[in-house]
Design a protein around this ligand. Structure first.
Ligand code: ADP
Ligand code: MG
Length: 454
């Protein structure tokens, strides 16, 4: 490992001479070497998904040439984001678990994401019951709520809760054997056990691994295949653990009754415990989650930016966190401690633009009227004085930009004007927005009204 570190240091030194100091500090120097495995592939990790994206976009060539100089020609490398890194480490830990029996307990400890704890989980109306159930199970595994079945949409904290249970139990009861797997991993493990040279030995090992446990957690059970054999094995694993008062915890994106591939007898087994859903967080909870995350990651983020993110994204928490790290890095790029609300909006332009499909031409016309305090009939009518012409052209421009409606349809909305008039309005405003004067300000202000009110 010493040598590897030394080599990586050389790579860094080379890149430092190729890129700007800001880019180096921001993107290159936080890279970590995760692995240099037997296929001689260098696995690196970036400190956020956004950082990874930036690295791939702007620094692939720099990395490639510096790595090749130090590690040899055609050395492949890969950059992982934090989530992928967790996956990678987990996978490798589990693989070596199989190889080195006896090291189980110690390595299982590392299988849980240390950030996914109960302490870091913000409790609100949407998730209080899941939190309470998870806590109770963590404190008394196998005694209450068995099995515990948690379901809810993407990015609402199910995996976080499973890891929190895992972290809690490994901390409080290190003697307990606890295992977390995704449904996919369980299935693959089972299939692998059948394909070894000695099938019986394979199956026995599999059973030893999955039945000799105090707590078994299976994530994303909705991916269970209707291949009979795997479900059969899962059913027996379940029964075996259950009869011995061992805790079983399952997470899914939908309730058991809606998992088409799940056999009826498993559905009824799950129904014998507690089935608890986690809902989308309300605005206050979303703000609290973002504040918590800001604290944990040591980001500096203005509160109005936090509120803005919480307003814009109302379900997927992972998506909110993505914007948070994005705005943090954006500010760093600008050489600032934290970004202003305007800068945040600039940083999110790509992310938020696509979210406006819900708008109608009516909304845009209303917002424009409101901003300029003109009546709708004046805005869309024939009057040619400047106080109406300019707002009219801006409304047309916005409808084209945001909704991409056909020109003829837009003409109809404005008293049957023909498409050349519409094109003229679009081009004129486009040009003025580029110039960046007061028209640009008007356009942004109206967009803001649209964002706020729709
Ligand atoms: P799921 O498994 O439901 O798709 P995750 O557990 O992966 O969702 O959660 C997505 C992200 O949101 C994680 O980073 C997680 O820490 C965070 N998160 C979700 N709910 C909460 C919460 N109540 N408090 C703090 N962070 C949360
Ligand atoms: Mg999950």
């Amino acid at each position: 490992m010493k040598e590897l570190q030394e080599m990586w240091k050389q790579v860094l030194q080379k890149i430092e001479m190729m890129v700007s100091a800001v880019s180096f500090d921001l993107w290159i120097s936080p890279l970590e070497v995760v692995d240099y495995n037997k296929f001689e592939k260098l696995i690196l990790s970036a400190n956020s998904a956004y950082a990874k994206k930036q690295l791939l976009k702007n620094h692939t060539e720099h990395l490639k040439s510096a790595i090749e100089e130090v590690f040899g020609e055609d050395t492949p490398f890969e950059i992982l984001d934090p989530e992928e890194k967790d996956e990678f480490l987990k996978k490798n830990t589990i693989d070596s678990n199989q190889a080195v029996l006896g090291k189980d307990a110690e390595e299982q400890k590392n299988a849980f994401n240390p950030k996914y704890t109960f302490d870091n989980f913000v409790v609100g109306k949407s998730n209080q019951f899941v939190y309470a159930a998870a806590r109770s199970v963590a404190e008394n595994p196998g005694k209450r709520f068995n099995p515990l079945f948690i379901y809810g949409g993407v990015g609402l904290g199910k995996t976080h809760v499973l890891h929190a249970i895992g972290n809690y139990i490994t901390g409080e009861h290190p003697e307990l054997k606890i295992k977390y797997v995704t449904c996919e991993k369980f299935t693959n493990d089972y299939i692998d056990s059948l394909h070894g040279s000695n099938k019986e030995q394979g199956i026995n090992k599999f059973r030893e691994k999955y039945r000799n446990l105090d707590v078994l957690m299976i994530d994303d059970i909705q991916f269970i295949t209707n291949k009979n054999e795997t479900q059969e094995e899962f059913f027996h694993t379940f029964n075996d653990l259950y009869q011995n008062n061992k805790q079983i915890i399952i997470a899914s994106d939908r309730p058991p009754k809606d998992i088409a591939t799940l056999s009826d007898r498993l559905k009824s087994r799950f129904a014998s415990g507690l089935i608890q859903d986690v809902q989308s967080p309300d605005f206050e909870t979303r703000v609290a989650i973002l504040r918590k995350k800001t604290q944990l990651e040591k980001y500096f983020i203005d509160d109005d930016v936090i509120q803005f993110i919480a307003e814009k994204i109302d379900t997927n928490i992972r998506e909110m966190e993505g914007l948070l790290s994005k705005v943090y890095f954006f500010a760093t790029l600008l050489g600032k401690k934290s970004a202003s609300i305007e800068e945040a909006k600039e940083a999110f332009k790509e992310d938020l633009d696509e979210k406006r499909e819900d708008l109608s031409a009516e909304n845009i016309i209303d917002a424009t009227c409101k901003y300029f305090a003109v009546s709708k009939s004046d805005l869309t009518g024939k009057k040619r004085s400047k106080e109406f012409v300019e707002p009219r052209m801006i409304a047309i421009y916005l409808i084209i930009e945001i909704l991409e409606l056909p020109l003829v349809a837009i003409g109809k909305l404005f008293g049957g004007r023909d498409h050349t008039t519409i094109i003229h309005a679009r081009d004129k405003i486009t040009e003025q927005v580029k110039e960046g004067g007061k028209i640009k300000t008007f356009v942004s202000a109206i967009k803001e009204i649209l964002n706020r009110e729709n």
